[in-house]
Design a protein around this ligand. Structure first.
Ligand SMILES: [Zn+2]
Length: 346
């Protein structure tokens, strides 16, 4: 565990490392993702058409299958290998939850399963899932989950994102990629400088009240241009278009520049400025009585985090609790789960 400048900017690099280890040790649950959905589709299509007389273009290009072509010994072996792969693909599909049907009734049942799975998750478990997803990402083991056609159809009825996140618009910080999450997992609001205004606040309030997300997160990132620009002199900011200048001035008000003047290392300054802004936004969310009521009832965790572009690691800041930023609660959630993950009990 590392403590960054500024005292309260407690980071969990140790926990991030633990999550990475657990990802490597416990990777078997993601085995089905070694064979992507596209591969599975291709194998199934190839298997289906390998007994057909007509030539069939391969989805990935160049492949044809015909009874005539299969007459040679080499082709027979090829077809047999494909059929074996098809069996494996079918098994993988089964592991993935199956494509038992595409009727509306099947979709409705799957949607209800999704809802039940969502209800069973605690806020702390959601946070650990995010941490593990990020560990998969930065260790190069990202599963890039893609839902099957059946899963997508089941999502038409309702969504059950477990996390709402306020992130930056920066092209280098696509949150679903960074946390290795899939369709329907995250309710995402992205705006330059990840700051609250009427529309971003309203979107997050919707996610909390109507979608009952379990984690509400604000994520800043290394090298944020919006935060850098907010640190410029007012005269320079006012040369920007009016709306942009107003947004930068709003960010500037939360930066605590007097304190930042004491940080002389450029990289540390960048990190501290971004984290200061994240903290301001988290405080803003926690002034919302409805949000805090959910936090008090342990239905919601509100947390800030910092994404380091260079390493890919997300450091979580201390979790916000009804009595203020709580290192104790933070340790409880992360260190207990860290132990569980490394010991392989979950
Ligand atoms: Zn940014």
């Amino acid at each position: 565990m590392a403590v960054a400048g500024g005292g309260a900017a407690l980071c969990v690099s140790g926990a991030a490392l633990g999550a990475a280890l657990s990802t490597l040790f416990l990777g078997r649950e993601d085995r089905r993702q070694e064979l992507g959905t596209k591969d599975v589709l291709e194998l199934l299509v190839r298997s289906h058409f390998s007994v057909d007389d007509s030539e069939v273009p391969c989805p990935s290009g160049g492949w044809v299958a015909s009874r005539a072509a299969a007459r040679s010994r080499a082709e027979v072996r090829r077809v047999e290998a494909e059929n074996a792969a098809s069996v494996e693909a079918s098994a993988m599909v089964s592991m993935a939850g199956g494509w038992q049907g595409f009727s509306m009734e099947d979709s409705r049942k799957r949607n209800m399963e999704m809802q039940e799975n969502f209800k069973e998750l605690s806020p702390a478990e959601v946070l650990v899932k995010l941490q593990r997803g990020n560990a998969r990402f930065w260790t190069g083991c990202a599963s890039r989950p893609e839902a099957s056609a059946f899963e997508r159809r089941a999502m038409i009825m309702q969504q059950f994102p477990s996390t709402a996140i306020l992130g930056c618009s920066d092209s280098r910080v696509p949150v679903e990629v960074v946390f290795d999450q899939g369709l329907g997992d995250m309710f995402v609001v992205r705006v330059a400088g990840n700051s609250l205004d009427t529309s971003t606040t309203a979107s997050l309030q919707y996610a909390v009240k109507h979608l009952s997300v379990k984690v509400l997160m604000v994520m800043g990132h290394e090298g944020c241009g919006a935060i850098k620009a907010a640190g410029l002199p007012i005269a320079q900011i006012e040369q920007e278009p009016q709306e942009l200048a107003n947004a930068l001035k709003m960010l500037k008000r939360g930066l605590d520049e007097q304190r930042l003047k004491n940080v002389h290392d450029a990289r540390a300054y960048d990190r501290e400025a971004v984290i200061t802004n994240v903290r301001r936004q988290v405080e803003g969310l926690c002034r919302d009585a409805a949000i805090m009521k959910k936090v008090q009832n342990e239905e919601l965790i509100v947390v800030g985090c910092f994404y380091e572009i260079s390493s890919g690691i997300v450091d979580f800041l201390p979790i916000y609790s009804p009595t203020g930023i709580s290192s104790e609660l933070h340790e409880k959630v992360f260190d207990e789960k860290f132990t569980v993950l490394v010991s392989g009990e979950k």
